[in-house]
Design a protein around this ligand. Structure first.
Ligand SMILES: [Zn+2]
Length: 53
């Protein structure tokens, strides 16, 4: 995963100026979170294997 993919773009409401994510960004966020979760799990397994060895 490239670092630039982590940059999150927000839309700004023209009425109140509040920032919000559009659907594409929300889907990307879910994808990134899932990848991080997988990565964390893999790292935990590696750390466990190193401690046991
Ligand atoms: Zn608004």
């Amino acid at each position: 995963m490239k670092q630039s993919e982590l940059i999150i773009q927000t839309n700004v409401c023209s009425t109140c100026g509040e920032r919000y994510f559009d659907d594409d960004v929300m889907q990307n966020l879910e994808k990134i979170i899932n990848e991080l979760r997988t990565l964390t799990t893999e790292m935990s397994i590696v750390n466990y294997a190193e401690k046991v060895a």
